[in-house]
Design a protein around this ligand. Structure first.
Ligand SMILES: *Cc1c(COP(=O)(O)O)cnc(C)c1O
Length: 424
């Protein structure tokens, strides 16, 4: 049996332990929800204060040039790019994940349509993909005459055939934490002439990603989860060089052809002309406040680079999730928790989910009252995210102890834990 003392020993040997100092964590809270909203970096409040008072308050509009506000989408994008195997100039920080997906999925459909007109009619995705991804794909499919086919993860390989236009997948499933093999799936899609769009919402800053090594086509991802960019932080998008070059050559647009993606926005001409490269994927004016906060968040992940970077974070993440699974199975037996996340490390993201037939929401509420913050995903999943930047092995032990007490006492049955809030 693992003891709390064993966990403290793991913390004492942890080469990443000091990365925790980068965060302003509330005392007495064990935060297992960094996969939904990352914690506040210690630098963010001062940075936002500076953007507000000096860059905006004192320097006013001159800050677009003087403080480089206009370059933030590409500068912050390139920093995110270091975490996902992108080269400089391939990543843009902008808009929301949903909006970025609209832009890149449109571009992918346009490119496929040019190469193989009516034959390829299908967009394929996972039935339990994050809903906004499916809703965006439904809209584009309806507009452009494609069908959206939704399948279980094990059925994807069988869907890769000459009817497939675009395979749109989230690399790490938000509910189960299951990981797709990006390189293998992309290769299979390319062999049959289709393109891939990857959502990295639960990958960027969570697991090592190498978009260029996988020869992926398009990707999007989220700024407020593992990148710690703050509530509603700008998202990002990435496009492979071969598509950027082709879009340049053939003067292809992405559909949200706003002025910030124009080749010369300050000529104020009446006709749209796309900017070269990734810049064409911008639409409207970027938020300097939000991008300043996002940069602070991304820097907390980049701070792991001298300590082994994403590979080192991944090792610790797997150790944390493995410990959590083991402790729950040792200490919470007989309480109906069923592991949903793969046991196989190669298939496990940076989260652990358990299904329970009854009371999942209330159990999470009771844990939150005890200072252990996880979340609930309908209909029956208790979800716990593990962020190796700031979580300790002893935190895992303490979280499981609280879960054990909530289950053993039946405290979760109390009425106050069974009232649904607007956000779960
Ligand atoms: C969190 C998440 C999103 C969020 O999209 P927004 O546009 O930021 O609301 C999208 N896709 C996936 C897979 C997610 O996990």
């Amino acid at each position: 049996m693992t003891t709390r003392h064993d966990c403290e020993a793991l913390d004492a040997q942890d080469p990443l332990a000091r990365l925790r100092e980068q965060f302003a964590l509330p005392a007495g809270t064990i935060y297992l929800d960094g996969n939904s909203l990352g914690v506040l970096p210690a630098t963010t409040a001062a940075r936002v204060h500076d953007v507000v008072t000096r860059e905006w308050g004192a320097d006013l509009i001159t800050s677009w040039n003087k403080a480089g506000w206009i370059h933030l989408p590409q500068r912050v994008g390139d920093k995110i790019g270091r975490l996902i195997g992108a080269r400089p100039g391939e990543t843009l920080a902008a808009d929301s994940t949903s909006v970025n997906l609209y832009k890149v999925l449109s571009a992918a459909l346009e490119i496929v349509g040019r190469d193989a007109p009516p034959a390829r009619q299908r967009i394929v995705s996972e039935r339990h993909n994050f809903p906004t991804d499916l809703y965006i794909a439904q809209s584009l499919a309806a507009q452009h005459g494609f069908t959206l086919e939704l399948v279980e993860p094990d059925e994807i390989a069988a869907q890769i055939d000459e009817r497939l236009a675009v395979l749109m997948l989230t690399q790490v499933n938000y509910r189960t934490g299951r990981v797709h093999d990006m390189a293998a799936v992309t290769r299979a899609a390319h062999e049959c002439g289709a393109l891939t769009v990857w959502d990295l919402a639960h990958s960027a800053g969570a697991i090592p990603v190498d978009l260029n090594a996988a020869e992926a086509d398009f990707a999007v991802g989220c700024g407020y989860k593992y990148l710690n960019g703050g509530p509603g932080a700008p998202a990002f998008l990435w496009v492979h060089r071969r598509h950027l070059e082709r879009m340049d050559r053939e003067q292809l647009w992405q559909p949200l052809s706003g002025w910030m993606g124009h080749a010369a926005p300050f000529e104020f001409g009446p006709d749209y002309r796309p900017a070269p490269g990734i810049a064409r994927f911008a639409c409207g004016t970027p938020s300097a406040l939000a991008l300043g906060a996002l940069e602070c968040g991304v820097d907390t992940v980049l701070a792991a680079e001298p300590l082994g970077g994403m590979a080192a974070l991944r090792r610790k993440s797997l150790a944390l999730t493995g410990l959590f699974i083991r402790l729950v199975e040792e200490r919470c037996t007989g309480h109906g928790l069923e592991l949903v996340t793969p046991r196989d490390e190669a298939l496990r993201g940076s989260q652990v989910s358990f299904a329970r037939a009854e009371g999942g929401y209330a159990i999470v509420q009771a844990l939150i009252e005890r200072g252990v913050i996880g979340d609930f995903r309908a209909p029956d999943v208790l979800r716990f995210g593990f962020t190796p930047l700031y979580l300790r092995f002893a935190d895992v032990w303490d979280a499981v102890e609280q879960l054990r007490q909530v289950l053993e006492t039946g405290q979760w049955r109390e009425a106050r834990f069974n009232v649904k809030a607007a956000v779960t």
